[in-house]
Ligand binder design. Structure first.
Ligand code: PLP
Length: 372
């Protein structure tokens, strides 16, 4: 059994994939080839927004968006402490300061009710100006964009959606990552839509932001390649990765449905013995991970490992307690919900090609452990 099964998927798309790769090898436009444009068009259509910009990774997608907003020293950006390091790393990389707000323990996403307090406390301290928010759609479930966007618009803040795990999720009929002012996603191989290396994309309906981000991706390019109007990065998506993503995007909708079916089966069978994921009404998760909560997490993980069932812990240490952010002077107890989740969370195998027998084996093992 596998946490993520890329082999079975490859078997399904092998012919189209070979064709696509062959075509790149013969036209030879490895940088900004026609596959990149084609993919960007399909991504924008899929997400239902005006612009999709391919880029080199999910991390760079976040970084490029923050650069376009002009985030720098003296600015604060509010985000979740319960996420992958990249979300807050890009804020620090630009000389700005990550400010954390605790999560809602039911969704693992930033608690919109805590934003007011965090904004006031940062204002009172008087050193930093809060410029924007980066909500994270952990495990594929969109954050609470109704309340987050209302709060941000009332306080004139930008919202950058970290949709690295939620590509294709739904929020009241809208698609992730087109749920905020700008959305970022990752095509890291294990994400719901993954390529065969690093890749990502940025989404927005804002023409001005789109133009700035397109320029930043290409070293701050102006009218032509050797005219540079701003400081940028080398942040392009490779043509070969775009060629990999094209056939994968074709079967993606169906894969999302399979992920949902797996989640439904897990949920029905496990809800009595562990805390299973909660999906607020109006939302559909992309199910990057299926994560349960239990007080006997480490024991359960060992037990499952003995039965040949792989699991993973996302994330064992919240960001405010990471050495890299020691300079922010947060302490244990500052974000109790994130800390509690980090001690109790466990992700089970989740991918669209899990067989009924495999799901049954996971369920039987978890139930067996809990009932013993
Ligand atoms: C994977 C991930 C990223 C970074 O994406 P990369 O493509 O690996 O750079 C950022 N944020 C979250 C929440 C992620 O899961």
């Amino acid at each position: 059994m596998k946490m993520v099964d890329l082999e079975t998927q490859q078997g399904r798309i092998r012919e189209a994939l070979d064709q696509r790769l062959k075509s790149v090898l013969s036209h030879g436009q490895y940088i900004m080839g026609p596959e990149v444009k084609e993919l960007e068009g399909l991504l924008a259509e899929f997400a239902g927004c005006r612009h999709a910009i391919g880029c080199s990774s999910g991390t760079d997608a976040l970084l490029i968006a923050l650069m376009a907003y002009g985030v720098g020293p003296g600015d604060a950006v509010v985000t979740s402490p319960f996420t992958f390091i990249a979300t807050a790393e890009v804020i620090a990389l630009l000389g700005a300061t990550p400010v954390f707000a605790d999560i809602d323990p039911r969704t693992f996403n930033i608690d919109a009710a805590k934003l007011e307090e965090v904004l006031k406390a940062t204002d009172r301290a008087g050193k930093l100006k809060v410029k924007g928010l980066i909500p994270v759609d952990l495990f594929g479930l969109p954050a609470d964009y109704d309340d987050i966007m209302a709060f941000a618009n009332a306080h004139d803040l930008f919202v950058l959606q970290d949709g690295a795990q939620s590509f294709g999720a739904r929020f009241h009929g809208k698609r992730s990552p087109a749920l905020a002012h700008v959305g970022a996603t990752s095509f890291f191989p294990a994400k719901p839509l993954g390529c065969y290396g690093d890749g990502g994309a940025i989404f927005t309906d804002d023409d001005e932001m789109a133009a700035a981000m397109r320029s930043i991706v290409l070293h701050g390019k102006g009218g032509h390649k050797y005219e540079n109007v701003r400081i940028g990065v080398n942040g392009r998506l490779d043509t070969l990765q775009a060629a990999v993503l094209l056939p994968k995007l074709e079967i993606f909708e169906e894969e999302l449905a399979h992920r949902q079916a797996v989640a439904d089966q897990y949920g029905r069978a496990l809800a009595q013995v562990v805390a299973v994921p909660h999906t607020p009404s109006g939302m559909v998760s992309a199910w990057a991970q299926y994560s349960i909560l239990t007080d006997r997490r480490d024991e359960l993980q060992q037990y499952l490992q003995q039965k040949g069932i792989p699991t993973a812990i996302y994330y064992p240490k919240p960001l405010h307690l990471q050495a890299a952010f020691g300079y922010l002077r947060y302490a244990e107890g500052d974000f109790p919900e994130a800390e509690r989740a980090s001690r109790r969370i466990l992700s089970l195998p989740m991918h669209p090609y899990l067989a009924d027998g495999e799901i049954g084996a996971v369920v039987a093992a978890v139930r067996g452990f809990c009932e013993s």
